[in-house]
Design a protein. Structure first.
Ligand code: WT7
Length: 629
């Protein structure tokens, strides 16, 4: 057991090697003047024109960073390495689900691939500011596509490769993409997931899509519309794809990407991130908080369709000139030691994964890990949901063999990069996400906006603006202000409940809004409910998250059927399948429960709080607003 007072000292090996030896001094320096701290971090990167101002808060909460500066994240992720000896070092090692398939790219050859993709996008008329939708699995082309879009000043919108055609269609239409980049299919546990087919269904009625670029990946049969679809390998042979492609210098505040994420309402919202501040924040956290440098091989197992992947799979390792490692497959296929086999074979130094993966692997037992020599590991990182003390210890003792730094870190799609973590040399508290990163300050507030005493629960807020912050919600500036900046003036509302203990460590409790974290994925109850009610048998329903040992939360849906339908196991299975197909397999409900009615307020709002309390056998709380029979 671990309680909140447990402090675990970092292993000697970590202390010996850490880049930041005196973490207290760093935090003190950054706290004393966050803006000066960020300016110093920015000075390590390349800018084609310097900034006039580091932070412009005159239009708050529409903050701006490094105003007047010109740059491009690709100048820092690739171009600047090409004039040094890093040109010939490995930028990317990729291993397929069939681990005998390996592709490697030096910085030099990665640049060639990105130039080729960028030339093709330009030939299709993609212009600065246009949104390019990327629907690709974890294959090298997802690097090429994202970096190519960024290189020419376009905006990427990566949609997670597990989303259904409906979800993809909604994101393509909302972003008005003219180009979609996809594959024939992706490998999932030995079978092919038909991604091109999903794109076909998604773009059939899309008014904006003119071109679909299809990477050949599985070699499976797909239908190609000659007026719209192009094989990437055929485009790559054309003269238009050849030759140098200039990295367009953009304004530091120009958008780099949008990433859709679930919120409290059915319509997913897209966080807008920009070139300038985002690259600074990634560079800084990778160096100070994760201690990953040029000589390291870095494996973040996340998918670039989620923010962890965009930030710490694609951009952060390249900005630091490290070698990124990417694996196409899952942690348990074909065997639950495939990850450790890869760590052993490729000599991975730093690994970043999610609690759900750690708990899944833990259940298979230690022997799968200990039979491999994974002694190259130095940094072990977890994010996405709380890393419970038991999983923390397993990660630390069994995977890290007591020699590694286990680094939990808290942040969000909206924050772009980490906000709360523990630096390698900082003593750890298993189960806590750590302390605010250098330059950030957090607080826990009560309903009225007062800071609660140490150890009490409340709403977690971020007190300082930060360089990688979302600039707005795509096309919804008002929703940006309302969601994040309206409950309390001047501070960013995270949507999480948390407490801060007497030592200043942050303990995340969970979401305070209608968002469920399932295996680290953020799923809106409204999205699940919309998918469930689109089934003809369903009259209405309510989705809630209940604790689950491996996934953190499981989705339970209470369903009221239309007259003429009877609840049965078959119907429950059918509804679960329906959600999997119309929304995504990651949102598939674990349990469908048929009920006669749902508890509602007199104004007709479903009281999920009451449902959750009932399911957990807890006190139902204040029922005064509950509608009478
Ligand atoms: C939500 C954001 C880490 C970025 C990827 C997820 C939860 C995230 C932790 C953590 C406890 C965590 C929060 C947050 N969360 N990291 N280390 N400990 N909870 O980004 O999908 O936008 O989800 O994930 O609830 O608000 P996201």
């Amino acid at each position: 057991m671990t309680d909140e007072s447990t402090l675990i000292q970092p292993p000697q090996e970590v202390l010996d090697q850490a880049n930041v030896q005196d973490w207290k001094a760093l935090l003190e320096r950054a706290d004393a003047d966050p803006v000066a701290f960020w300016e110093g971090e920015a000075a390590e990167l390349e800018w084609s024109h310097p900034w006039d101002k580091v932070l412009d808060d005159s239009g708050a909460p529409f903050y701006k960073w490094f105003t007047g500066a010109r740059t491009n994240i690709v100048s820092n992720a690739i171009d600047r390495h090409l004039t040094t000896a890093r040109r010939n070092k490995l930028a990317l090692i990729w291993v397929g689900e069939d681990t005998s398939k390996v592709r490697t790219f030096s910085y030099f050859s990665l640049n060639r691939e990105v130039e080729q993709m960028a030339n093709i996008l330009l030939s299709m008329g993609v212009q600065k500011g246009d949104v390019v939708t990327i629907y690709l699995p974890r294959i090298p082309e997802i690097y090429f596509a994202m970096l190519a879009a960024a290189k020419i000043g376009a905006v990427h919108s990566v949609v997670f490769a597990g989303y259904s055609s409906e979800a993809l269609n909604a994101r393509i239409d909302d972003s008005e993409s003219k180009v979609v980049i996809t594959v024939d299919g992706s490998w999932i546990n030995g079978s092919v997931f038909p991604m091109k087919k999903i794109v076909d269904d998604a773009v059939r009625f899309s008014p904006t899509v003119e071109n679909v670029i299809v990477v050949r990946n599985t070699g499976s049969e797909v239908s190609m519309d000659p007026t719209r679809d192009h094989w990437y390998h055929e485009l790559a042979r054309l003269p238009i794809a050849q030759g140098h492609c200039e990295t367009v210098q953009v304004d530091a505040e120009d958008p780099l990407f949008i990433l859709y994420t679930s919120g409290s309402t059915g319509k997913p919202k897209a966080a807008v991130h920009v070139h300038g501040g985002y690259q600074v924040h990634l560079s800084s956290t990778m160096k100070n908080c994760l201690d990953i440098h040029e000589a390291d091989r870095w494996w973040c197992t996340a998918d670039p369709g989620w923010i962890t992947g965009t930030s710490y799979v694609i951009y952060a390792p390249l900005i630091r000139g490290a070698t990124a490692f990417m694996a196409e497959g899952s942690p348990v296929y074909p065997y639950p030691d495939v990850w450790w086999q890869l760590v052993e074979h490729y000599g991975i130094n730093g690994m970043f994964t999610a609690p759900t993966a750690i708990r899944t692997l833990m259940r298979f037992g230690d022997a799968w890990v200990t039979k491999h020599d994974i002694s190259t590991l130095r940094i072990l990182v977890s994010a996405g949901e709380p890393l419970n003390p038991e999983a923390w210890r397993w990660f630390h003792d069994v995977v890290g063999q007591g020699r590694c730094s286990v680094i939990d870190n808290w942040w969000q799609t909206e924050t772009g990069a980490m906000q709360v973590t523990s630096l390698p040399t900082m003593p750890k508290k298993p189960g806590s996400a750590g302390r605010p990163i250098p330059g950030q300050a957090v607080a826990v507030l009560d309903e009225q906006g007062n800071e609660v005493p140490a150890g009490s629960d409340g709403f977690l807020v971020l007190k300082n603006p930060w360089p990688s912050m979302l600039r707005t919600l795509f096309k919804e500036p008002q929703r940006y202000v309302e969601t994040y900046w309206s409950k309390y003036p001047g501070v960013y509302l995270t949507g999480d409940s948390a407490r801060i203990d007497e030592d200043g460590y942050v303990w995340i409790i969970g979401r305070t809004d209608d968002v469920i974290k399932v295996s680290g994925h953020r799923i809106g109850t409204a999205e699940v409910e919309a998918a469930v009610t689109s089934h003809p048998a369903v009259a209405e329903c309510a989705a809630i998250g209940l604790p689950h040992e491996v996934k953190g939360n499981a989705i339970h849906v209470l369903v009221v059927l239309n007259t003429g339908y009877q609840g049965s196991n078959e119907l429950a299975a059918e509804i679960r399948q329906h959600v999997s197909q119309t929304l995504s397999p990651i949102a598939k409900p674990d349990v469908i429960e048929f009920v006669d009615k749902l508890p509602k307020t007199r104004s007709g709002k479903i009281m999920r709080r009451v449902l959750r309390a009932r399911a957990l056998g807890q006190d139902e709380g204040d029922l005064s607003t509950l509608e009478n029979d």
